[in-house]
Ligand binder design. Structure first.
Ligand code: MG
Length: 289
């Protein structure tokens, strides 16, 4: 299934995207449930509940506005730093300067506040009064289905509900100066997400390709097979002593090619358009303003 959150006729809805990607069929949810996007459906299915009935006829995707599939995540988004070797290398003298040696065994994990999530085509606000080093990070995000604590590597994939695309937008100067990353990663609108969630039975997150373009120029292009810590290991690690819940999001890290890694660095400016696409999953495209 491809499950989208969208706004139509002034109301947020949740629905199934057709195989040809041209229409979406809304499902029966209360407005309060639909306002949380796909979250209620994930919780329902995780408890063994049924897929809700259709709430009406299919509508053309071109006639609706796609929202983030999880427009109000239940809590902070889990994010992984330094998860592709080439990206680890490109930032080894800056972001990863102090922790490159000790992160071969354990991943770097940080979070973004849930309020920074925006839709797949929404504008990203450049906080020019705070940062002059805005950067993109194209990433595959895992959405947890059945929750759990101390999930083993062997069981990890059975806890995956599906996958979506995120741009882990980052203010590099703010990221570098606070001794932790959450502030530089959590500015309003700094997590474009979408265009929908593809369920794990229809998509293999371990064998796909993450790409990013800035104003049409290809900047990032990485196969997820190149992850340093694979998806089962990430789930195992993050759930050690911490309960994961249905709808939790794990952004799995970005491939090489970020603006900070270039010589000289090439940061984003107002007017830039960033597109993140993952093969067989979909694309998001956001203007920075
Ligand atoms: Mg990232």
């Amino acid at each position: 299934m491809r499950i989208a959150t969208f706004t139509s006729e002034g109301h947020r809805k949740v629905g199934l995207v057709s195989a040809d990607g041209k229409t979406v069929t809304p499902l029966q949810f209360t407005q309060a449930q639909a306002d949380f996007g796909v979250l209620t459906l994930i919780e329902t299915l995780a408890e063994g509940g049924p897929l809700p009935e259709a709430a009406g006829p299919a509508v053309n995707l071109g006639d609706v506005v796609l929202d983030a599939p999880l427009p109000k995540p239940r809590r902070n988004l889990w994010c992984v730093g330094r998860n592709y070797h080439a990206h680890a290398k490109e930032l080894s003298a800056s972001v990863f300067k102090d922790n490159a040696a000790k992160t071969d065994e354990w991943p770097i994990v940080f979070t973004k506040v849930p309020e920074c999530v925006v839709g797949p085509h929404d504008d990203v606000l450049v906080p020019s009064e705070v940062s002059t080093q805005i950067d993109y990070e194209a990433e595959l995000a895992v959405v947890i289905g059945k929750g759990g604590k101390n999930i083993t590597r062997a069981a990890a994939m059975s806890h995956v509900f599906g996958y979506t695309v995120v741009n882990d937008v980052t203010a590099r100067d703010v990221q570098m100066r606070h001794g932790q990353w959450d502030m530089g990663k959590s500015f309003d609108t700094f997590c474009p997400m979408g265009p929908w969630i593809v369920t794990g039975d229809e998509f293999d997150g371990t064998k796909t390709r993450v790409r990013c373009w800035v104003n049409g120029e290809l900047r990032q292009d990485g196969p997820t097979e190149n992850m340093i810590f694979d998806i089962p290991m990430l789930i195992e690690t993050i759930s050690r002593g911490i309960t994961l819940y249905p709808g939790d999001v794990i952004a799995t890290g970005t491939p090489a090619g970020v603006g900070m890694g270039m010589s000289p660095p090439r940061y984003l400016r107002a007017g830039d358009v960033v597109r993140v696409e993952i093969d067989r999953l979909g694309a998001i495209e956001n203007k920075f303003v």
